[in-house]
Design a protein. Structure first.
Length: 269
């Protein structure tokens, strides 16, 4: 990647996070595409060329990183695919399932990589739990419980983020992390039931029934006072339970049915 020229589309909060990550890898962050009317550039300190013309931007880069508001992801991802550019896209990929399938098929047909930035798969605790579950460490997964409890993002006030038609609301923006993780743990989903309160400080519960027969209970909240941010995972299998809470000092523990044995995964340093 060191010789590949990376370009970011967008200039808001997530664009700044992605830019910092790219620069930490000594990648050539070549270009940033801004909206023509963009005045607040969160990447002002990034040494990259600024573009307002999409075609010129695509000509200047080898890899595209889409960090726009959610409702604009598909437009820019399709343009990147048409230009033959490997693409990273912030989550959620899109807000409509048919559009998402079509986008994935477009990249696949062209033989171009498309990566959706679901970060939980790379989190230490989440990856360690998945490793244990995937080798049968707690038997066959039956019930997955995931909670992501936070406060309403300040950046949501008065912006596109506050409009569910553009951001998808709490289920698509916050809970998408855990919905993806549930699929990673228990497989594809057969049915979904979800209930939420309305507004920017909402709370939602989603129940997934997986094709494997497992059930996932996913909770998300923006109803907590700042600076609360809590992650909870509990996966019950046929021979034991594994889980963690971000409040705990020893983040991951396994409880097996044979007595009260607890097994450290080595992440409690």
């Amino acid at each position: 990647m060191k010789n590949r020229k990376v370009g970011i589309i967008g200039s808001g909060f997530m664009a700044s996070i992605h830019a910092a990550a790219w620069l930490s890898l000594n990648v050539d962050l070549t270009a940033v595409l801004l909206r023509c009317e963009q005045s607040d550039d969160s990447l002002a300190s990034v040494p990259a060329r600024r573009f307002t013309d999409l075609a010129a931007f695509l000509d200047a880069v080898d890899v595209v990183d889409v960090c726009t508001p959610t409702h604009l992801h598909a437009v820019f991802a399709r343009a990147a695919a048409a230009a033959g550019k490997p693409t990273i896209c912030e989550k959620p990929l899109v807000l409509d399932s048919a559009e998402g399938v079509g986008l994935v098929e477009t990249f696949a047909a062209a033989g171009i990589p498309l990566f959706v930035a679901h970060v939980l798969r790379f989190g230490r605790e989440y990856a360690a739990i998945r490793d244990v579950v995937s080798v049968g460490g707690i038997g066959v997964p039956a019930v997955v419980r995931l909670s992501r409890l936070s406060f309403a993002p300040k950046r949501a006030q008065g912006s596109w983020f506050a409009d569910p038609a553009k951001s998808g609301g709490i289920e698509f923006d916050l809970m998408i992390h855990d919905l993806d993780y549930a699929r990673w743990i228990a497989g594809e989903v057969a049915s979904v039931y979800s209930k939420s309160t309305s507004g920017g400080d909402g709370h939602a519960i989603t129940v997934l029934t997986h094709r494997s027969g497992a059930i996932s209970h996913v909770e998300g909240s923006w109803s907590n006072p700042a600076p609360v941010f809590r992650e909870i995972v509990e996966i019950t299998g046929s021979t034991g339970v594994i889980g963690f809470c971000s409040d705990d000092t020893a983040p991951v523990t396994i409880r097996l049915h044979r007595g009260s044995e607890e097994i450290s995964t080595g992440l409690d340093e």
